[in-house]
Design a binder for this molecule. Structure first.
Ligand code: AMP
Ligand code: GLY
Length: 422
């Protein structure tokens, strides 16, 4: 099987690493990938969110399957353009990707199908949004409707902060056009869970539960980031709760998308809050999570390429060889100085090869470059150190041992990833 993988992040490196283990894989291309992925894939230059660029690469390579990692190509209709030309594509249509690309679409969809979520209002302008604030108490959650690379959600503690945030969204100052429509939402208290499911339009197969750590600083303080680390541990999800989420959230979402002529195919990522009243949807993503994927892939057993192809073709998911180790796993992200704000200059990175000699450690690269002198930082989240072990504390200990071995100026990472679970 020849596979073209779109994307350049740590998530894509983790997918490439697992796809590479498939006995059916003949060739793996990454567009654009990152230099850390060169061991797994042939790297191709280009913007994966430009349908013409991807179509040209596909016409040249004739892949048996295109796997779309990030949300931007999905929202740009890359999957539809490929499917129209007969390619098998792992990833939803642009219409189905609205579950992520428009928070107002997702909330209205959840409402129509009676799927549990926070009470909300949608506002199309600043005056309407300010008026809608009266329906909520504080803190209130304010969300830009469109894709905002993790910067579109603000939890406003007071009316003053809420008004300031709304003004920033509608003026375009905060997240550009993504803030032209805003969702206001009731604040939900509870533990968060990322639950991902492989979906072929009709059926879903759940992946093991994962938890992201979105804030920059220990103790869940500081600004939101793309994610500073993740754990995957079955203890995050008791089986009664799992059944409830399948029954109350995932099944009705798939049925609803089908009924609305947008069957969902690919990865449905349910960002959930486990509230006192039960699990509720915080958000949907329509692709693998980053960095959840870096924690999940070390638990994957069986053939990921086969699973993606079967999903893309709409085959039944019942007979897939894909299984998950019962052992927990973790990943710790090393970020560059300044992240998630403006970054400093590129810095040399050392210790990658030594880190991989620690038993069980895999390095998944994201914002890295490579030149004759070696590795350099080239982005905010530089890399993730991932490990699976019989006990979560051992997986975490090895990740932190590796985090000391990898060196670059300005390195930042959280020392409390998974701490609440051990
Ligand atoms: P989202 O991108 O919608 O998942 O939001 C980013 C983060 O904001 C989530 O991971 C939660 O930590 C937080 N969040 C979003 N919606 C709510 C809510 N209704 N109540 C409490 N926290 C929320
Ligand atoms: N880890 C959160 C995300 O991928 O959106």
């Amino acid at each position: 099987m020849k596979i073209l993988l779109l994307g350049a992040g740590g998530r894509e490196h983790a997918l490439a690493w697992k796809l590479r283990q498939s006995p059916r894989l003949k060739a793996l291309y990454a567009l654009p990938g990152n230099p850390g992925m060169a061991a797994q894939a042939e790297l191709l230059a280009g913007d994966p969110a430009q349908p013409e660029t991807v179509l040209a690469a596909a016409a040249r390579l004739r892949p048996d399957l295109v796997v779309i990692g990030p949300e931007t190509p999905l929202a740009a209709g890359v999957s539809d353009a490929l499917r129209a030309r007969g390619y098998a594509v792992f990833g939803p249509s642009r219409a189905a990707a609205q579950l992520e690309s428009s928070k107002a679409f997702a909330k209205r969809f959840l409402d129509r199908h009676h799927i549990p979520t926070a009470r909300y209002a949608v506002a199309e302008d600043l005056a309407a949004a300010e008026a809608a604030l009266a329906q909520f108490s504080y803190p209130v959650v304010l969300k830009a409707d469109g894709l905002a690379a993790g910067k579109g959600v603000v939890i406003a503690e007071s009316a003053g902060i809420a008004r300031e945030t709304l003004a920033g969204f509608f003026s375009g100052a905060l997240v550009g056009r993504a803030g032209a429509r805003v969702v206001l939402e009731e604040f939900l208290a509870g533990a968060e869970l990322s639950l991902l499911a492989l979906c072929n339009g009709r059926e879903a197969r759940l992946l093991p539960p994962a938890r992201d750590h979105k804030r920059l600083l220990e103790g869940d303080r500081g600004p939101n980031t793309g994610g500073m680390g993740a754990v995957s541990h079955d203890a995050l999800l008791p089986s009664s709760l799992r059944a409830r989420i399948e029954h109350e959230i995932i099944a009705p979402t798939l049925a609803g998308m089908r009924a609305e002529q947008s069957p969902f195919q690919g990865i449905l990522y349910c960002g959930l809050m486990l509230t006192a009243e039960g699990p509720k949807v915080l958000e949907f993503n329509v692709r693998f999570g980053d960095p959840e994927t870096q924690a999940l892939m070390p638990r994957a057993e069986g053939d990921l390429a086969e699973a993606f192809l079967a999903t893309a073709q709409g085959d039944s998911l019942g007979s897939l060889s894909l299984a998950w180790s019962p052992e927990p796993s973790a990943c710790v992200v090393l970020a560059a100085a300044g992240y998630p704000g403006p970054l400093g200059a590129s810095e040399p990175v050392t210790g990658l090869e030594t880190a991989e000699t620690i038993p069980g450690i895999t390095v998944f690269c994201a914002g890295v470059a490579r030149d004759a002198a070696g590795w350099r930082t080239a982005g905010g989240r530089v890399l993730a150190l991932a490990c699976r072990a019989p006990r979560l504390q051992d997986a975490l200990a090895r990740c932190y041992q590796a985090a000391e071995v990898v060196q670059f100026n300005g390195k930042q990472y959280r020392r409390d990833i998974g701490a609440s679970l051990v």
